[in-house]
Ligand binder design. Sequence first.
Ligand code: C5P
Length: 227
Amino acid sequence: MGKIIIAIDGYSSTGKSTIAKQLAKALNYIYVDTGAMYRAVTLFAMRHGFIGGEKDDLEKLVQSLPQVDLKFVYNKSLGFSEMYLNGENVENEIRALPVSRQVSKIATLEQVRIKLVQMQQKMGEDKGIVMDGRDIGTVVFPEAEFKIFMTASPETRAFRRYKELLDRGEKVSYEEVLKNVQTRDYVDSHREFSPLRKAPDAIEFDNSDMGLKEQLERIHNFALRKI
Ligand code: C5P
């Protein structure tokens, strides 16, 4: 079987990563969650007080970027990769609401995007990769052979995310999760550098009323036609 690049973009909490992960498994491809990379940079900025305190110092964050070492390390027992920030497994911390509240601001920074996009392009050099994010089909791999743009109503997405956070033991309300989803959508699609957009050649996929099994089946079939 040939190897292609599969780009999955879309709004927050559309289930991109769940689909991308399973699709990668089915095709025996590498899976890369680029949101985890923006989240890890955000955690770094929070820990250093560059963001989330009284006053943001994004200039300092940009200067400190060479000290941010990001790695995906495959966890055999889980069957997927986890994000390491400067040698530490930060997988849980980066998914929590405090990071979700700050991440879109960090993702507006051009220097952050340049650094992460370069890393992502390197990871896809040999193809055979499923990458999800916001700018994969437009900026990271405009030449990707197969592009999907995932959407669902904000309420559906917020409810899914809310359940996920509750399952992980976080104390959150549905209203604050909905607000976070809506704010991130707005910031992600209105920023100056690489705003969230559907690539002209991407297939739009609304999964508001679709179960996981059906989504995977459909997307897998689309992908097989491109390989
Ligand atoms: O995919 P996830 O929701 O984990 O991404 C977190 C945030 O990271 C997004 O809301 C967006 O601000 C940013 N992001 C981005 N470009 C990507 C992936 C994520 O700007 N390729």
